[in-house]
Design a protein around this ligand. Structure first.
Ligand code: C2E
Ligand code: MG
Ligand code: MG
Length: 592
């Protein structure tokens, strides 16, 4: 596939429009239903006027009235319920409409009413070219023109009128095709000729509707080219464009009939696979992925539509599969099997308010004064008791409920912390998935206003994996900083990390992961990783919080390395808010 040259544009458009088997952008279920219904109803009403003015006799009148009533009843049904019809029903409607017009014209008692009724042939190209792929529209155009010719041959309308009608039909067809093409182009990626993100979203929404109606499975496969920025930097943008075109063309040529292939972001492609579940789609996508990996390593995530999924949940699950593939070191694939039952239970638990927040003290070193607390989610499950986050956060991430859960925790934690003595802080974990939404910083801002919590008393804990994320995540981090909210890099040292990005990131705290702290045993005072992280954090002007401190020896070693704050069972386990200040091991820091 190659980029579009201006001179080739018209031919290219015609060829592409003809090859395009997808319904036009404007062919939404509601538009097709409402418009089809209106066409039929107005046609029936017009035919009634003409019949009243030029009444036929006997059996002809009866036949006319039957056709008019059939048009009126079908029109009503299509207007109100058409959006629920399968697409095939509209083919039938188009055929029936053409047949009805032909019958009315032929049954008309004289040329005058026949000529008036023949105008209704114009509905056929109007409807077909707006709502059907071009090649089907052309078929109906031919059918309509044949109908017009047949009525002229039968002597119902003069040949001159038939000629004018065919001409007008053709002009309407050309104009509508051009308009529809322009609308379609808004959903096409110029570089690859595939659907763009907007086009994909529309395809996913309408395919979800049909999958629900038919009960057939639906899968989504997302391909993300690994380190595409680096490829562009090293090989130049032209080579980058060529790589994207290659990926797009390969996927388009391998995808089965009925699949939608899209370039859904700068370096990612999506293939929507109706009729396939995750396992079958995974097997198919794996072969494409191995082939594409020959040109450039990529990460692949595959998931299937679960019952009750909204568009956002489905798309989020596919994205989370890709994130997981990237976090697993890239150049790999993750297939998400259906977790419908567990996801539904989690959604019910959220709706029933079963998620509560526990708080674990964070103390200053070496004095152990209580300077803040980390908010940690717990599920008060009606049967299983208190359930820890390791049992629901991965699922929430996978099914997209993490965004809702994150909001519940954030709102509870901020409202609670607003009642704590100043300047105690509250640290809240945010998933990359939450930060990948445009409105995260704005939501934090409105919660700050609602709860009255001073921005400097809120710390958002993010993980290192965000360093590999796009602009939206970084924009949110900067947005939080602009609000005066602090940001901590959680579980530091355990994931992908680019030291160049790390040094430029607006992060106030570095949290040393408890796996490094656990390496500090009694009798060994050397802790090289901890020492290195402390030096790095200090040199880049970040405060340090060590996690998972369980004994005095670990606390002493960390203090010796210049660690500012600490968190761990030594100072207190996560507890409900009311118990936070009852801990004996810590002192509440004096207010300002
Ligand atoms: P994290 O943010 O690194 O939280 C610290 C975890 O370490 C907590 O586990 C805490 O109970 C545990 N911990 C603290 N001190 C010690 C210690 O001395 N020894 C040991 N063995 N463990 C200690 P928890 O509460 O099970 O949370 C696990 C993870 O779940 C968290 O890790 C965080 O990544 C995630 N999480 C918890 N709540 C939320 C939430 O509201 N949103 C998001 N996105 N993630 C959350
Ligand atoms: Mg944390
Ligand atoms: Mg941590």
């Amino acid at each position: 596939m190659k980029a579009i040259e201006p001179r080739e544009r018209l031919v290219w458009h015609l060829r592409e429009a003809f090859a395009d088997r997808r319904p036009p952008v404007v062919a939404t279920a509601h538009a097709m239903g409402t418009t089809g219904g209106l066409f039929y109803l107005s046609g029936a009403l017009a035919a009634l006027f003409v019949t009243a003015q030029f009444p036929a006799r006997g059996v002809y009148l009866a036949a006319e009235l039957v056709v008019v009533s059939a048009a009126a009843v079908s029109g009503g049904a299509v207007f109100f319920f058409g959006h629920r019809f399968p697409r095939g029903a509209y083919q039938l409607m188009n055929l029936a409409g053409t047949l009805m017009v032909t019958l009315l014209v032929v049954l008309a008692p004289s040329t005058e009413p026949a000529s008036l009724l023949a105008v209704a042939y114009l509905y056929v190209p109007l409807y077909s070219f707006f709502f059907l792929p071009l090649r089907q529209g052309l078929a109906y155009e031919v059918l309509g023109d044949l109908g017009i010719a047949a009525t002229a041959a039968a002597g119902a309308v003069p040949w001159a009128e038939a000629g004018v009608l065919v001409l007008v039909n053709l002009v309407i067809a050309a104009v509508v095709t051009w308009l529809v093409r322009a609308a379609n182009m808004a959903e096409v990626d110029r570089l690859t000729g595939l659907l763009n993100r907007a086009g994909l979203q529309r395809a996913v929404r309408s395919t979800i509707e049909s999958a629900r109606r038919s009960g057939h499975p639906l899968a989504l496969a997302l391909f993300d080219i690994d380190h595409f920025d680096a490829y562009n930097r090293d090989h130049g943008q032209v080579a980058g464009d060529r790589l994207l075109q290659y990926f797009g063309a390969e996927l388009a040529s391998r995808a089965p009939k009925g699949a939608h292939v899209a370039r859904n972001n700068s370096d990612g492609f999506a293939v929507l696979l109706p009729g396939l579940d995750a396992a079958r789609a995974g097997a198919m996508a794996r072969s494409w992925w191995s082939h594409l990996s020959g040109a450039r390593a990529c990460s692949l995530g595959v998931c299937q539509l679960d019952p009750g999924d909204t568009f956002a949940m489905f798309a989020d699950r596919a994205r989370s599969a890709v994130y997981e593939a990237k976090e697993a070191g890239r150049a790999t694939m993750v297939v998400r099997e259906s977790h419908a039952a567990q996801a539904a239970e989690l959604a019910d638990g959220l709706a029933a308010g079963q998620f509560v927040v526990y708080y674990q003290p964070i103390v200053g070193l070496p004095g152990r004064e209580l300077i803040g607390a980390e908010a940690l989610a717990r599920w008060e499950h009606p049967d299983r008791g208190i359930v820890g986050p390791d049992q629901f956060i991965p699922l929430a991430e996978e099914c997209g409920l993490i965004v809702q859960l994150g909001q519940v925790v954030l709102a509870q934690a901020m409202a609670e912390a607003a009642t704590w003595p100043e300047p105690m802080t509250v640290s809240v974990n945010a998933s990359v998935r939450e930060l990948d939404r445009d409105d995260y910083a704005a939501k934090v801002s409105s919660l700050l206003e609602e709860t009255g919590l001073a921005p400097s008393r809120l710390v958002i804990e993010v993980t290192e994996s965000l360093l590999a994320e796009g602009q939206c995540v970084l924009a949110n981090i900067r947005g939080l900083h602009e609000l005066g909210v602090k940001v901590a890099l959680d579980d530091f040292g355990t994931q992908y990390s680019s030291l160049r990005q790390f040094s430029s990131l607006p992060v106030d705290y570095v949290k040393i992961d408890r796996s490094f702290v656990a390496e500090i045993h009694a009798g060994s005072s050397s802790a090289p990783v901890v020492a290195a992280i402390c030096t790095l954090a200090k040199e880049t002007g970040r405060a340090i919080v060590a996690e998972g401190i369980e004994d005095e020896h670990q606390a002493a070693v960390l203090t010796a390395h210049g660690c500012d704050n600490a968190q761990g069972f030594l100072y207190g386990r996560p507890v409900p808010a009311r118990e936070l200040f009852l801990r004996s091991g810590v002192l509440v820091a004096p207010g300002p």
